[in-house]
Write a protein that binds this ligand. Sequence first.
Ligand SMILES: [Zn+2]
Ligand SMILES: [Zn+2]
Length: 150
Amino acid sequence: MSHEGIRMVSAEQARNEQEGQRDLSHEAIEPVKVRVHKTDGKGMEIDWKDGHHSAWTFAWLRNACPCATCNEERRADGRQPGAPKAAPKNLLPMYEPPVRPQTVTPVGRYAISFHWTDGHESGIYSWDYLRRTCQCDACRSAGLKIPPQD
Ligand SMILES: [Zn+2]
Ligand SMILES: [Zn+2]
């Protein structure tokens, strides 16, 4: 029933993960403006102190939830943070209302957490994590690796 959380990491993977943790400057992970478009369900935008602008959809953020449970699920499925779960093959497609946050709570000075409409609320999204998962073309093509969150 329980599964053992043993993680085999090759030397190459370990190196890649370390590169992913290359430090971002303080300005790069300090938000000057955070906009959460709860009402129209569009997503979240952040203006960073270094002048960069980031935006994410709520669906992406929900699928990138950095809590231990979601990390473990993604690891088991081989999914990247933000990638949607594969639809179950044998079931008829069901309508699922798009997920959005019910409430958004600052966590200290370093992070933000969401209480999602699907009931989940254990993910703590640090500014560092959000900046590393910036969805703009420049950041995506730079391939900033996301360090493991647990
Ligand atoms: Zn989670
Ligand atoms: Zn970016």
